[in-house]
Design a protein. Structure first.
Length: 319
């Protein structure tokens, strides 16, 4: 039997019946192409065994594609009119489906509100896509995979390589949680209303969780990228750094220690922490080349810890 989908005519009819006008404030651009929705679900490798979180389901075009797999779906919708209408729409087309709708701000969703989700599949609102993505990955450690549709520029940032202009805070923080791949582009023509930007699809698989304190690590990342264009010695000061210098040699490159190239003799007493212990084996590139500025993060990881947390984190990483 052919999978049921919602096309442009059905989406516009639903919007008219609900007196809905898409708003820029909530980042509302509804997908009106069922084939695009099926592609997203396929790329997300969704099956009947999954419990999927969808953010911003809108009028239900992606929701119905997810439910066609017989997966359980929890849809998080901030718009009260859309949240109230979605169950009725799905019952009309797929009356036996497993759908739960939460009228919530996805940035404020709590772990106890969704039981053991396994996947995240969503057309994320452009204006909050990265914060929502990072919040859900932190809040729900059971999410092991997913695919999200975001603004094309954001997709570039999420999967950027070190040393490129797109490489920045979203890249590194996203890589803390997952291994990501850009898996497609989406034309503005599949949306209503038509946005002025292209969209991209990013799939991800969760990696082994790092033992390093996330809040500390993210604060260091924020400080480092806020100081782009200066040398690591100044970064030490920017991070309140009466610190130890932790050198990592991952076999893929040579890092620097407080402004100088690593010297096996002079620096032999520094603690060595393999990159895999810090980020998982997929990420080995948060570091800086000798003589390069912070824009050139490559291959190795140099961690700078405050004295009060150094001992604890080093012990965790070396276990």
């Amino acid at each position: 039997m052919e999978a049921i989908g919602l096309g442009g005519r059905e989406i516009r009819e639903l919007a008219t019946s609900l007196q809905i006008r898409p708003t820029k404030t909530l980042g509302q651009n509804f997908v009106i192409d069922p084939n695009t929705c099926r592609k997203i679900v396929r790329l997300g490798n969704v099956s009947s065994q999954d419990h999927v979180i969808e953010v911003g389901p809108g009028l239900g075009s992606l929701t119905i594609a997810l439910l066609n797999t017989q997966a359980e779906v929890t849809a998080i919708e901030i718009d009260p009119v859309l949240a109230a209408a979605l169950p009725n729409t799905m019952n009309k087309y797929l009356p036996q489906s497993r759908l739960k709708v939460l009228e919530r701000d996805a940035l404020k969703i709590k772990s106890e509100e969704v039981v053991a989700p396994t996947a995240l599949v969503a057309n994320l609102p452009y204006n909050v896509s990265v914060p929502v993505l990072l919040h859900l990955l932190e809040t729900f450690p059971t999410i092991s995979k997913g695919v999200v549709m975001v603004q094309s520029e954001v997709a570039d940032r999420l999967v950027a390589k070190p040393g490129t202009a797109a490489y920045g805070i979203p890249t590194v923080k996203f890589a803390y949680w997952v291994q990501a791949t850009r898996v497609g582009n989406v034309s503005p023509q599949v949306f209503w209303p038509i946005p002025r930007v292209d969209s991209g699809l990013v799939s991800f698989i969760r990696t082994r969780q790092s033992p390093v304190d996330r809040k500390l690590l993210f604060s260091i990342i924020d400080a480092a990228f806020a100081q782009r264009g200066i040398t690591p010695d100044i970064i030490l000061e920017a991070i309140d750094a009466d610190v130890i210098k932790t050198y990592v040699e991952a076999g893929m490159g040579i890092g620097i220690v407080a402004g100088h190239a690593y010297d096996p003799d002079k620096d032999r007493n520094l603690k060595v922490i393999p990159v895999g212990h810090l980020f998982g084996n997929n990420v080995t590139h948060l570091g800086v080349k000798q003589g390069a500025y912070l824009r050139s993060f490559v291959y190795t990881f140099i961690e700078l810890f405050s004295p009060t947390l150094t001992k604890k984190i080093v012990e965790q990483a070396m276990n």
